[in-house]
Design a protein around this ligand. Structure first.
Ligand code: SDX
Length: 429
């Protein structure tokens, strides 16, 4: 049904009717695209706390109810019943793949997992102690210099090839960033392996012995990939959309998304959270850190806690917490002290008035680091793994942006600097 509702804005004895639009689910929006032209005013929302930046059919979050849907399917169902590549297909093409489409898609991705051999030189240009996210930003951006046949954003076929190349090559790039940091030789992808197992082998295999895939680790890795795939218009996705709106090529846009994800308030929180849990060290030190997190004069925050949208449990954190128990148990890692600290910290925080009042709950980053640590990854690899997983979300959102609008994203501002003033010569100052 066509949207006919309107909102009335009244000021200075003037009234303006603004069209409203209703979503499939979620809050209505007031369409203010013509507001400045009609009323000569801007709206002001620096953190986009009340602003819809686009129309999207990919992912829906209900922050009050702790619901996350990808094309209508719950994250719980996808994480427990689908593979990461099934979820990739769903995000890219709108439906879960059937028995013919899934193997075809898996094969297309598998056939693009190798990197142009000359790109290995980029890794060697970094210091060994470079953060893997620095390497990923650089190498993914450099893909623009190697895959010229998939940089024309106006050619649907080139957009499709670039999408598959990025999803396929991110695990190779992340694994090689890790190998370079530990001084081990690059391990090439194996076409006989599934996506998650291939990534684990590229990270942990060494030429000196055969790599023995561990189905427990492969399943946990694939589930972690699925849980991080997409998340509405989060900071890094908004970065990719804004970069894409200028017509930049897909590799440059994804490099911009990786750069934004790196921040500790966003994807860098999984690394910061595990480092925080290790710093806490034991349950008896938790009150000291809770006190610091509540202290307005202390910049310390509980990493892995809180979320711009979720004001209830992050559903991904629930699945991650169950997986942490399962993986550590299956790996025979009894009473992992970091997991004990995490569970006690969660229990205490969720009973504390400050966190209850501010509706601060564990988010996706709170438990993920514990599983990745148990799988043998250093904390520096946690955010690169988030980036590998989120690439499909960035790509799906980028493709949607291109097909929906050709307008460059260009926010306005509330200017509070000086009005015009005459120049003062140096000898007069
Ligand atoms: C991700 O957007 C996404 O969807 C992101 C993501 C995705 O999948 O893409 O979900 C992934 O980035 C998850 C979030 C990971 N970040 C962290 O865990 C870092 C710690 N969390 C905080 O930095 C914070 O909660 C944010 C950044 C996540 C959200 O910040 P908001 O929405 O801007 O909220 P805010 O900073 O305005 O906080 C509201 C209040 C503040 O107190 P007051 O100024 O109102 O008195 O809550 C307090 C904050 O001080 N607060 C915290 C806190 N988080 C918020 N206090 C202590 N510890 C915290 N973690």
């Amino acid at each position: 049904m066509a949207d006919t509702k309107t909102a009335t804005l009244t000021f200075d004895n003037k009234s303006f009717e603004l069209p409203m639009r209703s979503p499939t689910v979620g809050p209505d929006v007031v369409d203010i695209q013509k507001l400045y032209g009609q009323a000569g005013i801007f709206t002001h929302d620096p953190g986009f706390t009340s602003t819809s930046s686009c129309e999207s059919g990919l992912t829906f979050i209900d922050g009050e109810e702790g619901i996350l849907l990808h094309r209508g399917y719950s994250i719980e169902d996808l994480a427990m019943k689908a593979s990461y590549l099934e979820t990739c297909y769903l995000l890219l093409y709108g439906e879960l793949p059937d028995k013919k489409q899934l193997p075809e898609f898996e094969n297309r991705v598998t056939m693009h997992t190798m990197l142009h051999e000359q790109m290995t030189n980029f890794f060697r240009g970094f210091r060994r102690d470079a953060h893997p996210m620095a390497v990923m930003v650089g190498v993914v951006g450099a893909m623009s210099a190697f895959y010229h046949d998939s940089t024309d954003i106006n050619d649907p076929w080139q957009r499709e090839v670039a999408s598959i190349r990025l999803i396929a090559k991110m695990p190779t790039i992340a694994a090689w960033a890790y190998k370079y940091s530990v001084g081990q030789p690059f391990v090439y992808p194996q076409n006989s392996l599934d996506y998650a197992t291939n990534f684990l082998r590229m990270c942990f295999a060494v030429p000196a012995e055969e790599y023995q895939p561990d189905p427990i680790l492969s399943k946990a890795m694939d589930r972690i990939f699925t849980l991080h795939a997409d998340h509405e218009q989060n900071a890094s996705t908004s970065t990719v959309r804004l970069a894409g709106s200028s017509g930049a090529n897909p590799f440059a846009c994804i490099a911009a998304g990786i750069a934004c994800l790196w921040g500790p308030a966003h994807g860098g929180a999984n690394q910061a959270c595990l480092e925080m849990l290790r710093e806490i060290g034991s349950v008896d030190r938790i009150p000291e850190f809770i006190k610091r997190a509540k202290d307005k004069d202390d910049p310390f925050r509980l990493m892995g806690f809180g979320h711009r949208v979720y004001k209830n449990f992050d559903p991904r954190a629930k699945v991650m917490k169950e997986s942490a128990d399962e993986v550590l148990d299956l790996l025979g890692i009894e009473d992992n002290p970091t997991l004990q600290v995490a569970k006690e910290l969660e229990r205490i925080a969720l009973e504390d008035e400050y966190f209850v009042d501010k509706k601060l709950y564990p988010n996706v980053d709170f438990y993920s680091g514990i599983i990745l640590d148990a799988m043998g990854f250093p904390t520096s690899m946690f955010t690169p793994i988030f980036a590998v997983s989120r690439t499909v979300g960035w790509i799906a959102q980028w493709k949607e942006m291109i097909s929906d609008s050709s307008k460059i994203g260009r926010p306005r501002q509330l200017y509070t600097g000086p009005a015009h003033r005459d120049f003062v010569a140096l000898d007069q100052r």
